[in-house]
Design a protein around this ligand. Sequence first.
Ligand code: 2P0
Length: 351
Amino acid sequence: MRAEHRNTPTGLREPATAGTATAVAHPNIALIKYWGKRDERLVLPRTDSLSMTLDIFPTTTRVRLAPDREHDAVTLDGVPLRGEARRRVTAFLDLVRQRAGLARRAVVDTENTVPTGAGLASSASGFAALAVAAAAAYGLGLDAAALSRLARRGSGSASRSVFGGFALWHAGPDTGTDEEADLGSYAEPVPVGELDPALVIAVVHAGPKAVSSREAMRRTVDTSPLYEPWAVSSKDDLADMRVALHRGDLDAVGEIAERNALGMHATMLAARPAVRYLAPATLTVLDSVLQLRRDGVAAYATMDAGPNVKVLCRRGDADRVAGALRGAVPDGQVLVAGPGPGARLLCGERR
Ligand code: 2P0
């Protein structure tokens, strides 16, 4: 095993031979969506995507190598994980162990600050924090791009939460070996011009989703006649989005994000059977976003695999936007987020 030090995305030093490490990561919201895989095992997406990492709802994960254990022990908010969720974490740790050449099991404890069942992406922050902590605990010594590739294997969107601010996840080449495909699919930071954005999040329904995003993506790619046209138009959206971000043009950023998200939901509605995440309250919020625009406020909506709405606006307009959304869905919860930091290591201890 190598013993040199490599910088984590936030520049903290990662001891390459640590046995215990704790990392923190934040969720991200895609402005150009990831919807559809071309390889399920390697978690390779069909299209590039681009997101903003949030400054709220951190996930903190501690990984401790446990030489005496026969199985991994995994808790979320103090409760042992079971079933599919546990299987995904163990499969991820198996990948890390394979790369480290170590068989040792681990104790993984995660604290999530996302309001329970709020339907906000926690697999992004969860697997980004796990990737950074596990890589350090098992002494992998990975750079930021390699951490992004590793996080991707846990959950695609986690590749973007390795970075703060705005991040672009490259789909990578769809020819060549598995190794080449894996190497080509990682996220990196996107430079932006003068932009002071906020995302106002309207949580209109906090229950579990009827169809997992993994299954919904699969069904959309396999059956929706609108999928390919959306994937093609998403390339143009991304090119336009990069220009808009570079110019710091919030209206253009918002318009592109909104059309990309509505297009993604159209692909799902055309799947067979249809996947519909949008609820009546979602449409009520979308109406209030239109009204805000008619009133001269730059506000643009994006929705993910659930009924909740995230509204992009200028930070200076966030209180007004939040007030409008609270009026639209008085029973909902409205939160304001700004751009947040990348995943980082909090501490590492030598084995
Ligand atoms: C995104 N979503 O770009 C899109 C938009 C939901 C809608 O990434 O199967 O949990 O673990 O790779 O990352 C949700 O998908 O899926 C997601 P997997 P993930 O944010």
